[in-house]
Design a binder for this molecule. Structure first.
Ligand SMILES: CC(C)(COP(=O)(O)OP(=O)(O)OC[C@H]1O[C@@H](n2cnc3c(N)ncnc32)[C@H](O)[C@@H]1OP(=O)(O)O)[C@@H](O)C(=O)NCCC(=O)NCCS
Length: 171
């Protein structure tokens, strides 16, 4: 049951030794989750193992795995300085089971705790309704130039907080 899955999830910071695990999760999530919205050749270029780059160092402070037991079931990153959310990926076996929402809520909570007032992201076409259901807004399809040189159709989306969490009690 979804409730059982979500209570089992814990969030752990991604470390430098997790590079391989991160790229495996990214690759499998994109290939499974984005397949109906993008060409196979684009998916291949976007996830090609030989193009996996070195982690930037130091790693972002808010770069997390969602873990169940010793499995990485999702990941996501928040840049506190810009409010940018990136690298949201859910493991294929856990797609559509509430894990992405749980990861996103964790990032949103972190953003509010740090006084971030606005979040932004580039939603892949398959993920637009997911982000919309979580309060992000944006309709216009644009393009995202990935660091691999792949141009991907995406929808820029934003979320504004009326009341940052800083100084308020958490509920
Ligand atoms: C997009 C992604 C992160 C969403 O995570 P998920 O675990 O599959 O989604 P969840 O099960 O947590 O869904 C949460 C909510 O979004 C809704 N939702 C998810 N996908 C949806 C879709 N395609 N259309 C409509 N609603 C959707 C769910 O119904 C659910 O609604 P609820 O809050 O009312 O229960 C995940 O599917 C994924 O990793 N996809 C492949 C990689 C990718 O596209 N990453 C995003 C890059 S920007």
């Amino acid at each position: 049951m979804i409730g059982d899955i979500i209570t089992a999830v814990r969030f752990e910071r991604v470390s430098e030794s997790d590079q391989k695990a991160f790229y495996e999760l990214r690759r499998s999530a994109i290939r499974a989750g984005c397949a109906r919205h993008y060409d196979a050749s684009l998916l291949e270029a976007w996830t090609d193992e030989s193009s996996d780059s070195e982690f930037q160092r130091p790693l972002p402070e808010h770069f997390y795995f969602a873990r169940i037991g010793d499995l990485n079931v999702a990941c996501g990153v928040l840049d506190i300085g810009t409010g940018r959310i990136d690298a949201m990926f859910v493991s294929p076996a856990y797609l559509g089971r509430g894990v992405g929402k749980s990861m996103l809520k964790h990032l949103i909570r972190s953003a509010k705790e740090h006084g971030v007032e606005e979040l932004s992201l580039h939603a892949t076409l398959n993920a637009v309704e997911f982000y919309r259901s979580q309060g992000f807004r944006g309709d216009e399809v644009g393009t995202y130039q990935s660091p691999r040189g792949v141009t991907v159709s995406c929808v820029p989306m934003r979320m504004y907080f009326d009341q940052p969490l800083q100084g308020l009690s958490q509920r």
